[in-house]
Design a protein around this ligand. Structure first.
Ligand SMILES: Nc1nc2c(c(=O)[nH]1)N[C@@H](CNc1ccc(C(=O)N[C@@H](CCC(=O)N[C@@H](CCC(=O)N[C@@H](CCC(=O)O)C(=O)O)C(=O)O)C(=O)O)cc1)CN2
Ligand code: MET
Ligand SMILES: [Zn+2]
Length: 760
């Protein structure tokens, strides 16, 4: 006789579509090339397909409310009418254009700020709260998607971001404003919405509270108690979902909440299972996040069942099984992967394959392992094939790594000594101007690359096109009178993917796209084995660019921590080991570049901050290996070779000692959106080396004025001495068009010239 069904569910499904349908429909809508109707039709089809897949996989519920036309946190702000006051949308029924204005800005207002979703490469739109914020439920779009889901006939579990995490993830522009003062008013609207869902016959709602994975002070912990007490009446059952970290330390607070179950991430934090089994209230369900929602490796199902079977014995139908977090962080399907390495492909599981894995686990728990013995055997074979593969371990790499302690992470001389040598060699003016690396990735460049990939043009044709683009970038920069040039990165599809393609130990998908923000996607390359650099990766382009000018052209590399953070990484060795392998590969490239006569080498680390663990107790360990990896990649540089690094998208003030310890000769950082506030930390901390604080935001096509940039630089000059300051944009220009790029850089160079006159 069958026992009670084990319940399988997911926390969210990717919304971009198997072939990035959402991206293409969005971009054509924005260009006015297609209608709102087409946009909504595509949205509707994507949801329908996603739900069908979930039903086919035998999930107990289909997941609704996880779809978004841009970002689910933005949707949540709209759901409660909590859009920033500055847009003047109060009391107005938002149009589709209004919605995108919040996400992308309009003629009058810059977009809502965008920031990283916890330690992922997904970006959300930061809610803006203030004393004037009023909440009013505006659930038409949300409820119509729920109704659409209900109409499929399946059981529906709506997703909602929880009230405390929503407030936590927002920001206030008003000084000293306490966001928690908004909690009662916000919860009143949640209550209305939850009543509405009860009325629709919804049994369970998934309420995401990922803030519980962070270090919370007492005030925020208490807010949970208050919030959930306020929404306890006439509502569906609530599954409180947590992910990315252990929440065991808050178990006493969490178990006191009037909810009906908890989801925990057992991939990131398997050690918390014991705690939860011991304290789980007797009427709660426990949703075990056992399938990795952040990585693409096939699950070891036998192993997972070993964990689950005793739990199931104890909890019976109170055990639910799920991926560790929403699947938005992994690609959609392996179905279209024709070119994936045949040995490696069976080791992988994208979202659809993860649904299958859940299905097998559910069957095994319900009907016994016998019932799915073939699937279990296939899983075990894949795990074994990966473990025994001769392609994972490379003796040369392990030998080199075993001697890594003999390589000094320090440069030969101190910054002051290096600086003297570099000044002699480079002979730059005061407040040198530069850019961050990329110039516009035009449709032309992408189309040529695409044609080359499809073998429609030859390698030499493709190379000629890249050279033409490099030549153009150099000419433009010379005309603009920029001091330190870049080659423009035309040859790179994506900074990380490009290097991954040239390193051993990496493989790639054709279609493994993951949403980064809005319509922008990335295709993280896959590290499956020991990493090393078989041959020089950037020297040819750097040498060519340098041959066109007497001004210095920066060599342009991605650093080991960012390579790690933006790739799908091995789960069979600690991350720091992979980072060290990457560090040695980049180190080889730095050496080759300087041997080719390149005097300045930039090693980008935009993801260094993103990789920081969510709980402060783990920071020191991470920072130690991450900084060491960066330094090992740079320390091969001669004193007279100037090392730059670049970081964007982050608060740096809490890790300034580590940034200083990286000892790059120059760091360029994103500062313009915070009006140089960020630089105050560097001033207070007395950051010892040179800094280029970004003087304009590259995320908007708006051309900044000379006055605006001068003002920012004057602010910078108050905290950093002029002889250690550079003038540059916030980040690379790959997403911009040429005309606005030239106008903006013209003004930027003028800014530097004006200031030089004032300073002498
Ligand atoms: N990995 C990573 N993470 C990051 C960043 C980053 O640069 N890289 N920056 C921040 C986020 N910013 C981002 C900024 C831009 C894009 C972006 O523009 N992505 C492109 C894809 C880039 C790419 O790989 N382009 C391929 C082209 C892929 C493609 O669509 N090809 C078409 C053909 C295109 C054509 O014919 O024009 C096809 O194959 O069908 C290339 O240049 O080769 C996109 O969504 O469109 C992504 C993230 C933080 N995280
Ligand atoms: C996301 S950081 C980007 C750095 C890179 N060198 C560029 O200019 O695009
Ligand atoms: Zn950047």
């Amino acid at each position: 006789m069958d026992r009670i069904m084990a319940i399988a569910h997911i926390l969210g499904y990717p919304r971009i579509g198997e072939k990035r349908e959402l991206k293409f429909t969005l971009e054509s809508f924005w260009k006015n090339e297609s209608s709102e109707l087409v946009l909504h039709q595509t949205g509707c089809e994507l949801r329908k397909t996603n739900w069908q897949k979930q039903q086919d996989a035998g999930l107990e519920f289909i997941s609704a409310g996880d779809f978004s036309y841009y970002d689910h946190v933005l949707d949540h702000s709209v759901l409660f009418s909590a859009t920033p006051t500055r847009f003047g949308f109060k009391g107005k029924a938002l149009t589709q254009q209004d919605y995108f204005a919040l996400a992308r800005g309009n003629a009058d207002q810059p977009a809502q700020e965008m920031t990283k979703w916890f330690d992922t490469n997904y970006h959300y739109l930061v809610p803006e709260f203030g004393p004037e914020t009023e909440f009013l439920i505006n659930a038409h779009e949300f409820l119509s998607q729920i109704d659409e889901a209900i109409a499929t006939g399946a059981k529906v579990k709506p997703n909602l971001l929880g009230p405390v995490s929503f407030l936590y993830l927002g920001k206030s522009r008003a000084a000293d404003f306490d966001r928690l003062s908004l909690l009662p008013a916000l919860c009143a609207e949640y209550a209305v919405l939850l009543n509405e869902l009860t009325y629709r016959g919804i049994e369970w709602v998934q309420i995401d509270e990922p803030a519980l994975g962070l270090d919370l002070d007492q005030q925020w912990l208490d807010a949970y108690k208050d919030a959930y007490a306020r929404i306890r009446n006439n509502r569906p059952k609530l599954l409180l979902t947590t992910y990315f970290e252990s929440v065991a330390r808050y178990a006493p607070n969490i178990t006191a909440l009037p909810v009906d179950g908890i989801h925990i991430d057992l991939v990131r934090a398997p050690e918390q299972l014991g705690v939860w089994l011991a304290v789980l209230p007797s009427h709660w369900v426990l949703s075990a996040g056992v399938i990795d929602g952040r990585n693409i490796w096939r699950n070891d199902l036998e192993n997972t069942l070993e964990t689950l079977i005793p739990v199931e014995k104890k909890l019976a139908d109170r055990l639910w099984i799920a991926p560790s977090c929403s699947l938005v962080h992994v690609p959609v399907t392996l179905t279209h992967e024709q070119n994936l390495d045949a040995e490696i492909k069976p080791w992988l599981a994208f979202s659809d394959e993860k649904l299958q894995e859940l299905n097998v686990l559910q069957q095994a728990l319900t009907h016994g392992k016998e019932s799915v013995k073939e699937s279990l055997a296939a899983s075990s074979n894949a795990i074994l094939s990966r473990r025994l593969s001769t392609r994972v371990h490379d003796k040369k790499v392990s030998e080199r790594l075993s001697k890594i302690n003999t390589i000094s992470p320090e440069r030969t001389s101190s910054f002051v000594q290096r600086s003297t040598l570099q000044k002699q060699r480079l002979n730059l003016p005061l407040l040198p101007t530069t850019t961050i690396g990329s110039f516009p990735q035009t449709t032309d460049i992408r189309a040529s690359r695409s044609a080359f990939r499809r073998s429609e043009i030859s390698a030499s044709d493709y190379q000629a096109i890249i050279q033409k683009n490099i030549r153009n970038a150099i000419e433009q920069q010379l005309q603009l009178d920029i001091d330190v040039l870049v080659h423009g990165e035309a040859e790179r599809n994506d900074m990380v993917e490009y290097f991954g393609e040239q390193l051993a130990g990496y493989t790639f998908s054709q279609n493994g796209w993951v949403q980064s923000y809005g319509s922008r996607c990335v295709k993280p390359p896959i590290i499956y084995g020991d990493v090393y650099r078989p041959a020089a990766m950037t020297v040819e382009e750097a040498r060519y660019a340098q041959s066109l000018t007497t001004r210095p052209v920066k060599g342009m590399l991605t650093g080991p921590v960012t390579m790690l953070q933006w790739s799908f990484v091995r789960d069979d060795q600690p991350r720091d080991q992979t980072a060290l392998q990457l560090a040695l590969a980049i180190r080889d490239e730095v050496d080759d570049l300087q041997k080719a006569g390149i005097a300045i080498i930039q090693i980008d680390e935009p993801a260094l901050r993103e990789g920081l663990p969510l709980q402060a107790g783990k920071w020191a360990d991470y920072l130690a290996w991450a900084v060491r990896a960066f330094k090992l990649s740079a320390s091969v540089a001669d004193d007279s070779t100037q090392i730059h690094t670049h970081m964007c998208y982050a608060e740096f003030n809490d890790i300034l000692p580590s940034i200083a310890n990286m000892d790059a000769d120059v760091i360029t950082i994103e500062t313009s959106r915070s009006a140089m506030e960020l630089l105050d930390g560097f001033g207070e901390f007395k950051y010892p080396n040179e800094i280029g604080p970004g003087v304009y935001d590259i995320h908007s096509p708006r051309v900044p004025s000379v006055e605006a940039m001068e003002k920012l630089m004057e602010r910078a000059l108050q905290v950093i001495p002029a002889d250690r300051l550079w003038v540059n944009p916030d980040c690379g220009l790959k997403t911009r068009g040429w005309p606005e790029t030239i106008e903006a850089l013209k003004n930027m160079v003028q800014t530097a010239k004006n200031l030089r006159l004032k300073l002498v």
